[in-house]
Design a protein around this ligand. Structure first.
Ligand SMILES: [Fe+2]
Length: 320
């Protein structure tokens, strides 16, 4: 199935008091290079990461002081209710990206799905994504609302997004981005960060051990194994803050869906029934779930589309 999404809703002048966000950014420093799903290489002495720094402000077991500015933002919650025509919006995550000097795009992607009973902590990411693209688990998916907010206008740093589906050209949010937010469906809609300035020096690479922090004179500095790699005022970095919330149409839906929790056995059974119907001979089991051949076959069958007119991802360039 190709996924379509309504156009995200643009909010302007989101925070009347930006100083509070600055304080939060400073108190939660340092920021470290993005790793994970798109960039698993972890050799701490290799310069294999762009200056794409991140930090979690709110997750399952942590909530940064002052982050309720984002987490419980009433405008976000009301906008998400109207976007999804839903009564229940449960914010659960806030995280921040700080980027500079990246000449390629970020990866064009949809955000990682969540299902009742199955998520990152207990299920391999490739399997969660195969579950998403198979459409066999739609009844179990926990719908996610996303807000992305930007601090300043920087050189480049726009957002490309594909609300009309991956086979139609992307829309862009670029230029006047300062203190705006887009609220929409980043799990159904492909999106990608455009090249981030300053341009002209290529993509500056750091090791996974690099750290970004504010310095005494107010500039933000990238240190990497005791070497200063980069320094600029914060307004020259692309700072975006992401917010995610569970979406339920009603309390009844919330109760009903929460009661149907998927076990790993349920997941393998549902896939195996579908494989049988497709006359594919392999079967998924808890023993072969990390097997690269099985992964290749299943991700081939439950294939993730590539959105058109996407920029090359900086992570592909680094790996090439
Ligand atoms: Fe994303």
């Amino acid at each position: 199935m190709l996924r379509y999404a309504d156009l995200p809703i643009l909010l302007e002048n989101v925070f009347p008091d930006i100083q509070k966000v600055h304080e939060l950014l400073e108190s939660e420093a340092p920021y470290t290079p993005l790793g994970g799903w798109y960039n698993p290489e972890a050799d701490t002495h290799k310069r294999n990461r762009p200056m794409w720094f991140q930090n979690d402000w709110v997750h399952d077991v942590y909530q940064a002081e002052g982050s309720e500015l984002f987490l419980h933002n009433p405008v976000y919650i009301e906008t998400a209710k109207s976007f999804y025509d839903a009564e229940i919006i449960e914010p659960h995550s806030v995280y921040v990206n700080v980027m500079a000097a990246i000449e390629d795009g970020g990866p064009a992607h949809t955000d990682n799905p969540r299902f009742h009973g199955r998520e990152r902590a207990n299920t391999p990411m490739w399997l969660l994504r195969a579950m998403l693209w198979s459409d066999l688990f739609d009844d179990y998916e926990i719908v996610q609302a996303t807000a992305i907010w930007w601090l300043d206008d920087v050189e480049g740093g726009g957002l490309y997004f594909w609300p009309d589906g991956p086979e139609k050209p992307p829309h862009h949010h670029v230029g006047s981005m300062a203190n705006t937010a887009l609220i929409g469906d980043n799990h159904g809609m492909f999106h990608q960060v455009g090249p981030v300035g300053p341009f002209g020096k290529g993509t500056i690479l750091v090791t996974p051990a690099a750290e970004l922090s504010p310095s005494d004179n107010g500039e933000w500095v990238v240190m990497d194994h005791n070497e200063e790699i980069y320094r600029a005022p914060l307004r020259n970095y692309r700072v975006s803050v992401l917010w995610k919330a569970n979406v339920f149409k009603s309390l009844d839906e919330r109760e009903e869906k929460s009661a149907q929790s998927l076990s790993m056995q349920d997941v393998t059974n549902i896939f195996n029934e579908d494989l049988e119907e497709r006359n594919v001979r392999i079967r998924l089991s808890s023993d072969n779930i990390e097997d690269s051949e099985i992964i290749a076959i299943l991700t081939g069958i439950y294939n993730e589309p590539k959105p058109i007119n996407a920029l090359r991802s900086v992570f592909e360039t680094i790996r090439a």
